[in-house]
Write a protein that binds this ligand. Structure first.
Ligand code: 5RP
Length: 226
């Protein structure tokens, strides 16, 4: 891919410019967040930037450590100053779907204790209504088939996230993911409440009104919405 065409890298670098000395930074997960972590690693090395990273997945932790970014867990900090993460879909009212990379649980925990949140995406992820992207629901293995059947009955078109043809995807917490193909979510708040109320559901990928700033990668340059 030509460097000028890598929109993920563009927004990753732009978002990293919001990080300043002394910050505790939530490190998102995914192919876009990857570039933000790389840029923070570069700044730690070349600019002597002093930060602490709070990774939202094992993958991001490994990447940060390889770049000599000091890391802590969410329990080892009082709060996070700024979290920078990717997203799978964002509606214009700043609701989003996350979890395409299966890290939704830790991402939501870190987001909950963050003073500020930036999402970095390319233009294709901005939508009028959420739902075309399958909504991830993280469930504990015990009773997961019951939840699957319930989602079938509700016409939510569930499918288990797979690691391979025969093996279920396991999250960093050892749970499973059921993706719901809803196509159009008319009332994200009602759906979030419904999913929150189901026994066995650990978390879902609806991140509602959590983000403060969205940086969109465009051919013409990054666009910042706040
Ligand atoms: C991981 C996520 C990611 O942030 C989301 O899937 C976007 O990933 P990418 O930048 O690779 O498109 O929520 O759980």
């Amino acid at each position: 891919m030509g460097k000028q065409l890598n929109l993920k890298e563009m927004v990753g670098i732009k978002a990293a410019s919001y990080v300043t000395d002394g910050m505790t930074v939530g490190l998102g997960t995914g192919s876009t967040a990857y570039y933000m972590i790389e840029e923070l690693g570069r700044r730690v090395k070349e600019e002597n930037l002093k930060i602490v990273g709070v990774p939202t997945s094992y993958a991001s932790k490994k990447q940060a450590e390889a770049l000599n970014i000091p890391v802590k867990t969410i329990d080892q900090v009082n709060y996070v100053d700024l979290t920078i993460d990717g997203a799978d879909e964002i509606s214009h009212d700043f609701h989003g779907i996350k979890g395409g990379g299966a890290a939704l649980l830790f991402e939501k925990v870190v987001a909950t204790y963050s003073k500020e949140i930036i999402w970095i995406v390319d233009e294709s992820k901005m939508v009028d209504k959420l739902g075309r992207f399958p909504l991830p629901v993280e469930v504990i293995p015990y009773g997961q088939d019951q939840l699957f059947r319930l989602f079938q009955e509700k016409n939510y078109h569930p499918s288990f996230r797979m690691e391979s043809e025969e093996v279920l995807k396991q999250t960093d917490s050892g749970n499973s993911i059921i993706d719901l193909q809803l196509d159009c979510i008319d009332d994200p708040i009602a759906l979030a409440n419904e999913l929150d109320s189901l026994v066995g559901v650990v978390e879902h990928g609806l991140f509602l009104s959590m983000v403060d700033r969205v940086i969109i990668g465009k051919e013409s340059g990054p666009e910042v919405l706040e």
